[in-house]
Design a protein around this ligand. Structure first.
Ligand code: DSN
Length: 417
Protein backbone atom coordinates (compact mmCIF):
# COMPACT_ATOMS: atom_id res chain seq x y z
CA UNK A 1 0.00 0.00 0.00
CA UNK A 2 1.41 3.40 -0.88
CA UNK A 3 2.02 6.14 1.71
CA UNK A 4 -0.66 8.25 0.05
CA UNK A 5 -3.33 5.57 0.18
CA UNK A 6 -2.48 4.89 3.83
CA UNK A 7 -2.40 8.51 4.96
CA UNK A 8 -5.05 10.01 2.73
CA UNK A 9 -7.31 7.46 1.04
CA UNK A 10 -9.61 10.20 -0.25
CA UNK A 11 -6.92 11.92 -2.31
CA UNK A 12 -5.34 8.57 -3.24
CA UNK A 13 -8.66 7.46 -4.71
CA UNK A 14 -8.98 10.67 -6.73
CA UNK A 15 -5.44 10.24 -8.07
CA UNK A 16 -6.25 6.62 -8.98
CA UNK A 17 -9.36 7.71 -10.88
CA UNK A 18 -7.34 10.31 -12.78
CA UNK A 19 -4.75 7.62 -13.62
CA UNK A 20 -7.49 5.39 -15.04
CA UNK A 21 -8.94 8.32 -16.99
CA UNK A 22 -5.55 8.98 -18.56
CA UNK A 23 -5.20 5.32 -19.52
CA UNK A 24 -8.70 4.75 -20.89
CA UNK A 25 -9.22 7.92 -22.90
CA UNK A 26 -7.52 9.34 -25.96
CA UNK A 27 -5.64 12.47 -24.88
CA UNK A 28 -5.75 14.84 -27.84
CA UNK A 29 -5.33 18.22 -26.16
CA UNK A 30 -2.43 19.59 -28.19
CA UNK A 31 -0.65 21.03 -25.15
CA UNK A 32 -0.75 17.86 -23.03
CA UNK A 33 1.53 14.85 -22.89
CA UNK A 34 2.72 12.03 -20.62
CA UNK A 35 5.91 12.65 -18.65
CA UNK A 36 8.12 9.59 -18.26
CA UNK A 37 8.39 7.64 -15.02
CA UNK A 38 11.86 9.15 -14.51
CA UNK A 39 10.53 12.70 -14.95
CA UNK A 40 7.69 11.97 -12.51
CA UNK A 41 10.13 10.51 -9.96
CA UNK A 42 12.45 13.53 -10.13
CA UNK A 43 9.48 15.93 -9.93
CA UNK A 44 8.15 14.13 -6.87
CA UNK A 45 11.57 14.05 -5.21
CA UNK A 46 12.90 15.57 -1.97
CA UNK A 47 13.80 18.77 -3.81
CA UNK A 48 10.18 19.68 -3.00
CA UNK A 49 11.50 20.53 0.47
CA UNK A 50 14.21 23.03 -0.45
CA UNK A 51 14.32 26.81 -0.71
CA UNK A 52 16.99 28.16 -3.06
CA UNK A 53 16.37 31.82 -3.90
CA UNK A 54 19.14 32.99 -6.19
CA UNK A 55 21.13 31.07 -8.76
CA UNK A 56 23.78 28.31 -8.65
CA UNK A 57 26.74 29.53 -6.56
CA UNK A 58 24.79 32.61 -5.34
CA UNK A 59 21.94 31.54 -3.06
CA UNK A 60 20.25 33.33 -0.20
CA UNK A 61 19.96 30.14 1.93
CA UNK A 62 22.38 27.46 3.07
CA UNK A 63 22.26 23.80 2.13
CA UNK A 64 22.10 24.32 -1.61
CA UNK A 65 25.08 22.32 -2.84
CA UNK A 66 22.82 19.76 -4.51
CA UNK A 67 20.31 22.39 -5.66
CA UNK A 68 23.21 24.00 -7.52
CA UNK A 69 24.10 20.68 -9.11
CA UNK A 70 20.57 19.93 -10.29
CA UNK A 71 19.92 23.45 -11.62
CA UNK A 72 23.29 23.53 -13.39
CA UNK A 73 22.56 20.15 -15.00
CA UNK A 74 19.18 21.44 -16.24
CA UNK A 75 20.80 24.60 -17.66
CA UNK A 76 23.61 22.71 -19.38
CA UNK A 77 21.24 20.17 -20.90
CA UNK A 78 18.90 22.89 -22.18
CA UNK A 79 21.89 24.69 -23.69
CA UNK A 80 23.00 21.47 -25.40
CA UNK A 81 19.45 20.91 -26.68
CA UNK A 82 18.71 24.37 -28.08
CA UNK A 83 22.10 26.08 -28.37
CA UNK A 84 21.10 29.47 -26.91
CA UNK A 85 23.74 31.46 -24.97
CA UNK A 86 21.83 31.80 -21.73
CA UNK A 87 19.23 29.60 -20.01
CA UNK A 88 17.04 30.29 -16.98
CA UNK A 89 15.12 27.20 -15.86
CA UNK A 90 13.34 28.80 -12.89
CA UNK A 91 10.06 30.07 -14.44
CA UNK A 92 7.28 28.03 -12.90
CA UNK A 93 5.07 28.24 -16.01
CA UNK A 94 4.92 29.62 -19.52
CA UNK A 95 2.99 32.66 -18.29
CA UNK A 96 5.70 33.41 -15.69
CA UNK A 97 8.38 32.97 -18.35
CA UNK A 98 6.63 35.46 -20.62
CA UNK A 99 6.11 37.92 -17.78
CA UNK A 100 9.81 37.80 -16.91
CA UNK A 101 10.77 38.11 -20.60
CA UNK A 102 8.74 41.33 -20.86
CA UNK A 103 10.10 42.64 -17.55
CA UNK A 104 13.62 42.01 -18.84
CA UNK A 105 13.16 43.96 -22.04
CA UNK A 106 10.39 46.60 -21.89
CA UNK A 107 8.64 49.12 -19.65
CA UNK A 108 4.91 49.43 -18.97
CA UNK A 109 3.27 51.31 -21.83
CA UNK A 110 5.76 50.10 -24.46
CA UNK A 111 4.45 48.74 -27.74
CA UNK A 112 4.59 44.99 -28.46
CA UNK A 113 3.22 42.96 -31.37
CA UNK A 114 1.66 39.52 -30.89
CA UNK A 115 -0.87 37.33 -32.68
CA UNK A 116 -4.47 37.93 -31.59
CA UNK A 117 -5.70 35.41 -28.99
CA UNK A 118 -8.75 34.48 -31.09
CA UNK A 119 -6.47 33.68 -34.03
CA UNK A 120 -4.15 31.31 -32.20
CA UNK A 121 -2.14 33.62 -29.93
CA UNK A 122 -1.85 33.24 -26.15
CA UNK A 123 -3.33 35.12 -23.20
CA UNK A 124 0.12 36.45 -22.34
CA UNK A 125 0.59 37.82 -25.85
CA UNK A 126 -1.53 40.87 -25.12
CA UNK A 127 -5.01 39.76 -24.15
CA UNK A 128 -6.79 42.70 -22.46
CA UNK A 129 -7.82 40.43 -19.56
CA UNK A 130 -4.19 39.42 -18.90
CA UNK A 131 -1.33 41.38 -17.27
CA UNK A 132 0.29 41.61 -20.71
CA UNK A 133 -2.59 43.51 -22.27
CA UNK A 134 -3.01 45.65 -19.17
CA UNK A 135 0.64 46.66 -18.79
CA UNK A 136 1.79 46.99 -22.39
CA UNK A 137 0.46 48.52 -25.58
CA UNK A 138 -0.09 45.37 -27.64
CA UNK A 139 -0.72 45.86 -31.33
CA UNK A 140 -2.10 42.53 -32.57
CA UNK A 141 -1.27 41.04 -35.94
CA UNK A 142 -3.63 38.59 -37.60
CA UNK A 143 -3.71 35.69 -40.03
CA UNK A 144 -4.82 36.28 -43.61
CA UNK A 145 -8.60 35.96 -43.90
CA UNK A 146 -8.43 33.68 -46.96
CA UNK A 147 -5.41 31.44 -46.33
CA UNK A 148 -5.66 31.59 -42.50
CA UNK A 149 -1.87 31.73 -42.49
CA UNK A 150 0.33 34.54 -41.15
CA UNK A 151 1.12 36.98 -43.95
CA UNK A 152 4.67 38.18 -43.27
CA UNK A 153 4.31 41.19 -45.57
CA UNK A 154 1.36 42.36 -43.46
CA UNK A 155 3.35 41.75 -40.26
CA UNK A 156 6.23 43.80 -41.68
CA UNK A 157 3.91 46.69 -42.63
CA UNK A 158 2.31 46.68 -39.18
CA UNK A 159 5.75 46.66 -37.52
CA UNK A 160 6.92 49.62 -39.60
CA UNK A 161 3.76 51.49 -38.68
CA UNK A 162 3.55 50.65 -34.96
CA UNK A 163 7.29 50.55 -34.15
CA UNK A 164 7.13 47.88 -31.41
CA UNK A 165 9.97 47.31 -28.95
CA UNK A 166 9.27 43.55 -29.06
CA UNK A 167 7.60 41.25 -31.60
CA UNK A 168 6.27 37.95 -30.23
CA UNK A 169 6.13 34.88 -32.49
CA UNK A 170 4.94 31.43 -31.39
CA UNK A 171 1.35 30.42 -30.70
CA UNK A 172 -1.09 28.05 -29.01
CA UNK A 173 -3.47 27.20 -31.83
CA UNK A 174 -1.61 27.76 -35.08
CA UNK A 175 -1.24 24.62 -37.18
CA UNK A 176 1.40 25.92 -39.58
CA UNK A 177 5.19 26.22 -39.51
CA UNK A 178 6.44 29.58 -38.27
CA UNK A 179 9.11 31.29 -40.31
CA UNK A 180 11.37 32.58 -37.53
CA UNK A 181 13.93 33.80 -40.10
CA UNK A 182 11.27 36.03 -41.68
CA UNK A 183 10.23 37.27 -38.22
CA UNK A 184 13.89 38.08 -37.41
CA UNK A 185 14.11 40.19 -40.57
CA UNK A 186 10.90 42.03 -39.74
CA UNK A 187 12.11 42.68 -36.18
CA UNK A 188 15.49 43.94 -37.39
CA UNK A 189 13.82 46.19 -39.96
CA UNK A 190 11.55 47.68 -37.25
CA UNK A 191 14.31 47.96 -34.63
CA UNK A 192 12.45 45.50 -32.36
CA UNK A 193 13.60 42.53 -30.34
CA UNK A 194 12.25 39.15 -31.47
CA UNK A 195 10.76 37.04 -28.69
CA UNK A 196 9.75 33.51 -29.62
CA UNK A 197 7.31 31.65 -27.39
CA UNK A 198 7.90 28.11 -28.61
CA UNK A 199 5.89 26.41 -25.84
CA UNK A 200 3.84 24.28 -28.21
CA UNK A 201 6.58 23.29 -30.61
CA UNK A 202 9.64 23.05 -28.32
CA UNK A 203 9.77 19.27 -28.74
CA UNK A 204 9.59 19.60 -32.50
CA UNK A 205 12.41 22.16 -32.43
CA UNK A 206 14.47 19.88 -30.16
CA UNK A 207 13.89 16.96 -32.52
CA UNK A 208 14.61 18.97 -35.67
CA UNK A 209 11.05 18.99 -37.04
CA UNK A 210 10.45 22.73 -36.81
CA UNK A 211 12.73 25.65 -37.66
CA UNK A 212 14.73 26.57 -34.56
CA UNK A 213 14.56 30.16 -33.29
CA UNK A 214 18.18 29.88 -32.07
CA UNK A 215 20.37 32.43 -33.82
CA UNK A 216 17.27 34.34 -34.94
CA UNK A 217 15.41 35.32 -31.76
CA UNK A 218 16.79 37.52 -28.98
CA UNK A 219 14.67 35.72 -26.39
CA UNK A 220 12.97 32.34 -26.39
CA UNK A 221 10.39 31.27 -23.84
CA UNK A 222 8.81 27.85 -23.51
CA UNK A 223 6.88 25.57 -21.28
CA UNK A 224 8.48 22.21 -20.55
CA UNK A 225 5.44 19.92 -20.38
CA UNK A 226 3.99 19.98 -23.90
CA UNK A 227 5.85 18.41 -26.84
CA UNK A 228 9.01 18.48 -24.65
CA UNK A 229 7.36 15.90 -22.38
CA UNK A 230 8.78 17.26 -19.13
CA UNK A 231 7.25 18.40 -15.85
CA UNK A 232 4.90 21.39 -15.73
CA UNK A 233 7.04 24.50 -15.86
CA UNK A 234 8.68 27.16 -17.98
CA UNK A 235 12.08 28.32 -19.18
CA UNK A 236 13.64 31.40 -20.79
CA UNK A 237 16.61 31.34 -23.12
CA UNK A 238 18.32 34.47 -24.34
CA UNK A 239 21.26 35.93 -26.15
CA UNK A 240 24.24 36.76 -23.92
CA UNK A 241 23.44 40.50 -23.82
CA UNK A 242 20.07 39.83 -22.19
CA UNK A 243 21.33 37.21 -19.69
CA UNK A 244 21.59 39.45 -16.66
CA UNK A 245 18.31 41.25 -17.32
CA UNK A 246 16.49 37.90 -17.74
CA UNK A 247 17.88 36.47 -14.50
CA UNK A 248 16.96 39.61 -12.56
CA UNK A 249 13.48 39.64 -14.08
CA UNK A 250 12.85 36.05 -12.95
CA UNK A 251 14.35 36.44 -9.48
CA UNK A 252 13.80 38.77 -7.69
CA UNK A 253 11.68 40.46 -10.38
CA UNK A 254 8.71 38.13 -10.59
CA UNK A 255 9.40 34.97 -8.56
CA UNK A 256 10.69 33.86 -5.17
CA UNK A 257 12.10 30.42 -4.42
CA UNK A 258 12.57 28.26 -7.51
CA UNK A 259 10.67 24.95 -7.70
CA UNK A 260 13.72 22.73 -7.54
CA UNK A 261 11.67 19.54 -7.82
CA UNK A 262 10.38 20.78 -11.17
CA UNK A 263 13.88 21.83 -12.16
CA UNK A 264 15.05 18.27 -11.40
CA UNK A 265 12.23 16.99 -13.64
CA UNK A 266 13.22 19.48 -16.35
CA UNK A 267 16.82 18.23 -16.22
CA UNK A 268 15.60 14.64 -16.71
CA UNK A 269 13.29 15.63 -19.59
CA UNK A 270 16.06 17.58 -21.35
CA UNK A 271 18.31 14.55 -20.96
CA UNK A 272 15.62 12.40 -22.59
CA UNK A 273 15.18 14.93 -25.41
CA UNK A 274 18.92 14.81 -26.12
CA UNK A 275 18.68 11.10 -26.96
CA UNK A 276 18.33 10.00 -30.61
CA UNK A 277 14.94 8.38 -29.86
CA UNK A 278 13.49 11.82 -29.22
CA UNK A 279 14.14 12.84 -32.84
CA UNK A 280 12.09 9.81 -33.92
CA UNK A 281 9.36 10.81 -31.48
CA UNK A 282 9.21 14.35 -32.91
CA UNK A 283 9.07 12.93 -36.42
CA UNK A 284 6.18 10.62 -35.51
CA UNK A 285 4.20 13.46 -33.87
CA UNK A 286 4.26 15.37 -37.17
CA UNK A 287 3.54 12.27 -39.30
CA UNK A 288 0.60 11.43 -37.07
CA UNK A 289 -0.82 14.94 -37.26
CA UNK A 290 -0.61 14.84 -41.06
CA UNK A 291 -2.34 11.42 -41.16
CA UNK A 292 -5.04 12.57 -38.75
CA UNK A 293 -5.62 15.77 -40.75
CA UNK A 294 -6.00 13.86 -44.00
CA UNK A 295 -8.48 11.40 -42.49
CA UNK A 296 -10.55 14.17 -40.87
CA UNK A 297 -10.76 16.06 -44.17
CA UNK A 298 -11.89 12.85 -45.87
CA UNK A 299 -14.52 12.57 -43.16
CA UNK A 300 -15.91 15.99 -44.07
CA UNK A 301 -14.26 18.34 -41.57
CA UNK A 302 -12.81 21.62 -42.76
CA UNK A 303 -9.43 22.36 -41.22
CA UNK A 304 -8.24 25.89 -40.58
CA UNK A 305 -5.54 26.70 -43.19
CA UNK A 306 -6.39 23.38 -44.88
CA UNK A 307 -4.09 21.17 -42.81
CA UNK A 308 -1.09 21.10 -40.52
CA UNK A 309 2.71 21.32 -40.54
CA UNK A 310 3.15 20.61 -36.85
CA UNK A 311 1.57 18.67 -33.98
CA UNK A 312 -1.87 20.25 -34.03
CA UNK A 313 -4.99 20.61 -36.09
CA UNK A 314 -7.67 23.26 -35.78
CA UNK A 315 -10.95 21.90 -37.13
CA UNK A 316 -13.78 24.23 -38.13
CA UNK A 317 -16.87 22.65 -36.56
CA UNK A 318 -19.13 24.81 -38.74
CA UNK A 319 -18.43 22.17 -41.37
CA UNK A 320 -20.41 19.76 -39.13
CA UNK A 321 -22.99 22.44 -38.26
CA UNK A 322 -22.03 22.41 -34.57
CA UNK A 323 -20.03 24.66 -32.24
CA UNK A 324 -16.61 23.85 -30.85
CA UNK A 325 -18.10 23.46 -27.37
CA UNK A 326 -20.66 20.95 -28.59
CA UNK A 327 -17.94 19.01 -30.41
CA UNK A 328 -15.66 19.00 -27.35
CA UNK A 329 -18.43 17.77 -25.06
CA UNK A 330 -19.69 15.09 -27.44
CA UNK A 331 -16.15 13.76 -27.88
CA UNK A 332 -15.51 13.81 -24.14
CA UNK A 333 -18.55 11.59 -23.73
CA UNK A 334 -16.90 9.19 -26.15
CA UNK A 335 -13.55 9.19 -24.32
CA UNK A 336 -11.77 11.50 -26.78
CA UNK A 337 -10.35 14.50 -24.94
CA UNK A 338 -9.92 17.70 -26.95
CA UNK A 339 -10.59 21.40 -26.46
CA UNK A 340 -12.85 23.87 -28.14
CA UNK A 341 -11.09 26.86 -29.61
CA UNK A 342 -11.91 29.95 -31.58
CA UNK A 343 -11.01 29.91 -35.26
CA UNK A 344 -9.70 32.99 -37.07
CA UNK A 345 -12.43 35.63 -37.45
CA UNK A 346 -14.77 33.51 -35.34
CA UNK A 347 -18.26 34.86 -34.79
CA UNK A 348 -18.77 32.77 -31.62
CA UNK A 349 -17.52 33.76 -28.16
CA UNK A 350 -14.30 32.15 -26.86
CA UNK A 351 -16.36 30.07 -24.43
CA UNK A 352 -18.33 28.45 -27.26
CA UNK A 353 -15.92 28.73 -30.21
CA UNK A 354 -16.34 27.34 -33.70
CA UNK A 355 -13.15 25.31 -33.60
CA UNK A 356 -11.81 22.14 -32.10
CA UNK A 357 -8.08 21.87 -31.38
CA UNK A 358 -6.60 18.38 -31.70
CA UNK A 359 -3.01 17.34 -31.12
CA UNK A 360 -0.97 14.18 -31.55
CA UNK A 361 1.88 14.50 -28.95
CA UNK A 362 0.24 12.37 -26.24
CA UNK A 363 -1.08 9.64 -28.54
CA UNK A 364 2.35 9.48 -30.16
CA UNK A 365 3.91 9.02 -26.70
CA UNK A 366 1.73 5.90 -26.39
CA UNK A 367 3.28 4.48 -29.55
CA UNK A 368 0.36 5.11 -31.89
CA UNK A 369 1.09 5.68 -35.58
CA UNK A 370 -0.69 6.72 -38.79
CA UNK A 371 -2.85 3.55 -38.88
CA UNK A 372 -4.19 4.35 -35.41
CA UNK A 373 -4.81 7.96 -36.49
CA UNK A 374 -7.21 6.63 -39.17
CA UNK A 375 -9.21 4.80 -36.52
CA UNK A 376 -9.22 7.81 -34.21
CA UNK A 377 -10.37 10.09 -37.04
CA UNK A 378 -13.18 7.67 -37.89
CA UNK A 379 -14.40 7.78 -34.26
CA UNK A 380 -14.21 11.58 -34.19
CA UNK A 381 -16.20 11.94 -37.39
CA UNK A 382 -18.78 9.40 -36.22
CA UNK A 383 -19.38 11.32 -32.99
CA UNK A 384 -19.40 14.77 -34.59
CA UNK A 385 -21.94 13.66 -37.18
CA UNK A 386 -24.33 12.70 -34.39
CA UNK A 387 -23.27 14.74 -31.34
CA UNK A 388 -26.60 14.22 -29.54
CA UNK A 389 -26.69 10.47 -30.15
CA UNK A 390 -26.21 8.80 -26.74
CA UNK A 391 -25.95 5.40 -28.40
CA UNK A 392 -23.15 6.47 -30.73
CA UNK A 393 -21.23 8.14 -27.92
CA UNK A 394 -21.51 5.12 -25.65
CA UNK A 395 -20.52 2.64 -28.39
CA UNK A 396 -17.51 4.75 -29.29
CA UNK A 397 -16.57 5.23 -25.61
CA UNK A 398 -16.40 1.46 -25.09
CA UNK A 399 -14.44 0.92 -28.31
CA UNK A 400 -12.06 3.76 -27.42
CA UNK A 401 -11.46 2.44 -23.88
CA UNK A 402 -10.60 -1.03 -25.15
CA UNK A 403 -8.36 0.38 -27.88
CA UNK A 404 -6.64 2.84 -25.51
CA UNK A 405 -5.90 0.16 -22.89
CA UNK A 406 -3.87 -1.72 -25.49
CA UNK A 407 -1.32 1.13 -25.64
CA UNK A 408 1.00 1.57 -22.67
CA UNK A 409 1.11 5.01 -21.10
CA UNK A 410 4.60 6.32 -20.25
CA UNK A 411 4.94 6.93 -16.55
CA UNK A 412 1.66 5.18 -15.74
CA UNK A 413 1.39 1.70 -17.19
CA UNK A 414 4.94 1.67 -18.58
CA UNK A 415 7.45 2.38 -15.83
CA UNK A 416 10.36 1.96 -18.25
CA UNK A 417 9.16 4.67 -20.60
N1 DSN B 1 -3.13 26.18 -21.95
C1 DSN B 1 -2.09 26.12 -22.96
C2 DSN B 1 -2.58 25.47 -24.20
O1 DSN B 1 -3.44 24.63 -24.10
O2 DSN B 1 -2.09 25.76 -25.28
C3 DSN B 1 -1.50 27.44 -23.23
O3 DSN B 1 -1.18 28.06 -22.04
Amino acid sequence: MSALSQRDPEIAAIVARERTRQVETLEMIASENYASAAVLEATGSVFTNKYAEGYPGKRYYAGNQFSDQVETAAIERARALFGMDHVNVQPTSGAEANMAAYFATIQPGDTVMGLNLDQGGHLTHGSPVNFSGRLYNFVPYTVDRESEVIDMAAVRDLARQSKPKVIVAGYTAYPRAIDFAAFAEVAKDAGALLMVDMSHIAGLVAGGYHMSPTGLADLVTTTTHKTLRGPRGGMIMANAELAEAVDKAVFPGTQGGPHLHSIAGKAVAFGEALKPEFKEYACRIVENAAALAEALVQGGLRLVSGGTDNHLILADCNSMNISGLKAQNALQGAGIITNKNTIPYDTRSPFIGSGLRLGTPALTSRGMGPAEMQRVAAWIVRVLRDPDGDGVRETVRLEVAEFARAFAVPGITDAQA
